[in-house]
Design a protein around this ligand. Structure first.
Ligand code: UGA
Length: 417
């Protein structure tokens, strides 16, 4: 927002984060973010504060706090949304726009609008579609903007203000969809549910491929050429994780149950189950390949839930590592960015920063996060110089199977012969 000319103040309750951001240091790994952050802070247009009263005077307030899965349940935990709205209310002025970006159960916005009514501010719902690892690009050049507005006259005015806020994207004729609250809230969860379904669909095909000798990656290429289907999000392997897709499909299921329409999206539970089965499959493949993993040395390449991120929330990679350790393997995990976060979450695993050191004397190598360092920059010949183990498990179907086999390795993919 600062980089496109706005005066911005970012507010958070975490003082350490505020201090780091104020020094121009990003508190997490996100390509392109450090540069744009330093620029924003240096320009004076971007400031940070832990004091919510600093929000007073802004014309637009973005609400972007997390909505994690409830402990012990499927529904979204709205504690942080509620706390942020309560804290903000005394500082909202008539004519202000409150733009909700948090992913919330459908029906939440109408309740927030009611709570802020007496302030004279207008609530719009403006869901977020950025992908971690591409956050800067997705924010500055989004593929669509969605704004849910109230039915009264203030709604159109607020949508106009958001058009001004997003002026570069609007000038570039990015689709700008103005709708009601419920549709805006649903667009977000429907998009993530669709993406999760696409990934689980191809992983279901991988399960069929495994009993028929078919190759799921070729299958994905072939169906992906149909422009109605498309190849993106047909990447098979150990499936989806992270802070969004898994918890969003669960929260959506929970909300649909509350609305008496659980059956309409009952298939999402199946998508979740397929997804989790693929993690177990990678563990089983490893056990079978090594004829048992007890006291075997296993190197796990990747800890983040996907490349270009240090996020380990619900990471399939770490899940696989933890289970192998549970079977008695000596598991060594490496990752170019996520080791500090992984270590905090699972201190019982062994972490090694250097890829080659991590690979030394491995009886089996698992690639579970497809960083370029592993996918493109690790040749079978180089791996052979580090270990006599000749087993490679490709949990992301991202390696050239023939090249590894030609170099004398036993290669195992997920749904590929
Ligand atoms: C996802 C959505 O893609 C964003 O549009 C959305 O804004 C975001 O959630 C959110 O709700 O905030 P993100 O969680 O950053 O973004 O990650 P994705 O790139 O969608 O990947 C999710 C998971 O699916 C990763 O574990 C990835 O490895 C896996 N994946 C992705 C596959 O297994 N196969 C694929 O073909 C693609």
């Amino acid at each position: 927002m600062a980089s496109i000319g706005h005066e911005v103040i970012g507010i958070d309750v975490d003082l350490d984060k505020i201090d780091a951001l104020s020094r121009g240091e990003a508190p997490f790994y996100e390509p392109g973010l450090p540069e744009i952050l330093v620029e924003g802070v240096a320009s004076g247009r971007l400031r940070f504060s832990a004091d919510i009263s600093d929000a007073a005077g802004a014309q637009v307030h973005f609400l972007a706090v997390g909505t994690p899965q409830q402990p012990g349940g499927y529904a979204a935990d709205l504690t942080f949304v509620d706390a942020a709205v309560d804290a903000l209310i005394p500082h909202l002025a008539p004519g202000d726009v409150l733009a909700g970006k948090s992913t919330v159960p459908v029906g939440t916005a109408v309740g927030i609008a009611e709570r802020i009514r007496s302030t004279g501010a207008t609530l719009v719902w403006n869901p977020e579609f950025l992908r971690e690892g591409w956050a800067v690009q997705d924010t500055i050049t989004p593929d669509r903007l969605v704004v849910g507005i109230p039915k009264d006259a203030g709604g159109e005015r607020a949508a106009g203000i958001l058009r001004e806020v997003y002026h570069p994207a609007v000038a570039a004729e990015t689709p700008f969809i103005v709708t009601d609250y419920a549709t805006a809230e649903l667009v977000k969860v429907a998009a993530n549910a669709f993406l999760a379904t696409k990934i689980s669909f191809i992983n279901a095909m991988a399960e069929i491929a495994e009993v028929t000798g078919a190759d799921v990656t070729q299958l994905a290429d072939a169906i992906g050429h149909d422009s109605r289907i498309g190849r993106r999000y047909l990447g098979s392997g150990i499936g989806f994780g992270g802070g969004c897709l898994p918890k969003d499909i669960r929260a959506f299921s929970a909300r649909a149950e509350e609305l008496g329409r659980g059956e309409s999206i009952a298939f999402l539970r199946e998508m979740d189950a397929i997804n989790l089965r693929r993690r177990a499959r990678a563990v089983r493949l490893t056990i079978d390949a090594l004829d048992g993993v007890y006291e075997k040395n296993i190197t796990v390449l990747g800890a983040a839930f996907k490349p270009h991120s240090d996020d380990v929330r619900d990471s399939p990679a770490l899940d696989v590592a933890i289970h192998l350790r549970g079977f008695g393997a000596n598991v060594t995990v490496t990752d170019p960015a996520a080791i500090p976060n992984a270590r905090r979450l699972h201190p019982q695993l062994t972490y090694v920063e250097d890829r080659d050191e991590a690979l030394r004397d491995a009886d089996a190598i698992l690639i579970v996060t497809e960083w370029d360092e592993y996918r493109r920059q690790l040749s079978p010949e180089h791996a052979s110089s580090l270990t006599d183990g000749r087993v490679i498990i490709d949990g992301r179907n991202c390696l050239d199977a023939a090249a590894w086999r030609d170099a004398g390795w036993r290669y195992f993919g997920m749904g590929r012969p």
